[in-house]
Design a protein around this ligand. Structure first.
Ligand SMILES: NC(=O)c1ccc[n+]([C@@H]2O[C@H](COP(=O)([O-])OP(=O)(O)OC[C@H]3O[C@@H](n4cnc5c(N)ncnc54)[C@H](O)[C@@H]3O)[C@@H](O)[C@H]2O)c1
Length: 373
């Protein structure tokens, strides 16, 4: 049966179309909902699909929804779809509050439909190669990892007429790491780990002090396996962007992504000559997983946007857990939410809850009604 897919939110919704087109026979885009009726009409005409008059109507007419609306709607829209038996591929982050996160987890547990977070930064070519190298033990035991998302977005916070957009409140209207999944997602999947505690500090407001967020926010995370993570978020400073910086250190070597367009580089202890680096490209042939070898035409974020929707549909077809299920999604999302409390307390180390221990959605007899994980 071909899966009928609907998109909520047409601007970012575009990002999934290359992947969807490649799934002909397995999945087909049938409808779109966007409260901006003109945008929805344009999108529908261009892709020869229908528009839905409401989000609820969209859900009623499809088997799966791509939730690509502004962040604050991700969890409520995902919950509605899951409770209606529809599969959900959600844009990032999974939720904007602990309450939303708990309600989302409950909906995932109560229903059998698939939920996947469309975190795409783990699907860039260098990150796929690094992930495969980590999995094969090339870097030994990992104990330190870094990432940076530096993206000057001042013009995105208000409309041309000066009205605040959703980003005004949800991304720069709070202090802390308000956009964590791109930076934490790849690191946590490489480490196969979760963050148990965070400490968050910021520079304070300098470039565009109207906003609550610090120009630069630094989040330190301690993981369950004892590794240390450092990640930097900067949405305001005047500088060229650097959204995809990652590095890792293990007992067997290190990886550093390129900065400012340079290629990434690795040092593999015992293979790379001492005190030198090798370009990551040298490892592509040996390590790039075959199914991700050729990004699809027109897919954004360095080709990464090709893959989440393909993995989502494959998981539904196989009846298996998707690569970024609700627990992985919350592991990438919750440190950012807790960081807002830490930064307010001068960088205090605060525990990050483990969603696997939450009781949301398990009923009163978890053994019988629903498993904890
Ligand atoms: N994974 C990535 O690389 C990536 C990149 C960009 C954006 N995003 C995420 O995608 C989401 C959308 O971002 P954007 O850049 O498209 O924002 P945007 O503000 O440019 O566009 C949002 C669109 O959603 C529509 N919308 C508003 N309320 C809606 C609702 N209730 N239901 C459906 N649609 C609604 C708007 O009319 C608009 O067309 C955000 O959550 C953002 O974090 C992810």
């Amino acid at each position: 049966m071909t899966l009928r897919v609907g998109v909520a939110g047409c601007r970012r919704g575009e990002g999934f179309l290359a992947g969807l087109r490649s799934l002909a026979g397995k999945a087909i885009l049938t409808s779109v909902y966007d409260p901006d009726a003109d945008a929805a009409q344009r999108f529908a005409a261009e892709h020869r699909i229908v528009t839905a008059a409401s989000y609820e109507q969209l859900v009623d007419t499809v088997d799966a929804v791509v939730v690509a609306s502004p962040q604050q709607y991700h969890a409520p829209q995902a919950i509605h779809a899951l409770e209606s038996g529809r599969h959900v591929l959600s844009e990032v982050p999974g939720a904007v509050s602990l309450e939303q996160a708990q309600a989302l987890l409950a909906a995932c547990r109560r229903n059998t439909a698939t939920y996947m977070l469309a975190e795409n930064y783990g699907y860039t070519r260098p990150n796929l190669v690094v992930g495969a190298m980590v999995a094969k033990g090339v870097f030994g035991d990992l104990y330190y990892a870094e990432s940076e998302y530096l993206h000057e977005m001042k013009s995105w916070h208000t409309t041309p007429s000066g009205a605040p957009t959703w980003r005004y409140h949800w991304q720069v209207g709070r202090d802390g790491h308000t956009y964590p999944t791109h930076s934490l997602g790849p690191l946590l999947s490489w480490l196969d780990d979760r963050i148990t505690a965070v400490s968050c500090v910021g520079t304070g407001r300098h470039t565009d002090p109207e906003h609550v967020i610090s120009d630069t926010v630094l989040l330190l995370g301690r993981t369950a396996r004892g590794a240390l993570i450092r990640t930097r978020l900067d949405l305001l400073s005047n500088r060229p962007h650097l959204m995809d910086y990652f590095s890792i250190q293990g007992t067997g070597g290190a990886y550093e992504a390129g900065r400012a367009g340079e290629p990434g580089r690795v040092h593999v202890h015992g293979r790379t000559p001492d005190n030198t680096w090798e370009p990551i490209d040298r490892y592509v042939e040996e390590f790039l997983p075959e199914q991700y070898a050729d990004p699809l035409d027109g897919s954004g974020h360095w080709g990464a946007d090709s893959w989440p929707v393909r993995d989502f549909v494959a998981a539904i077809e196989a009846g298996e857990r998707p690569p970024i299920d609700i627990y992985a999604a919350l592991d990438m999302t919750l440190p950012g939410l807790v960081s807002e409390h830490s930064i307010a307390q001068g960088g205090a180390w605060l525990a990050v809850p483990d969603p696997r221990t939450w009781t949301a959605g398990i009923g009163v007899d978890p053994g019988r009604e629903a498993p904890l994980t």
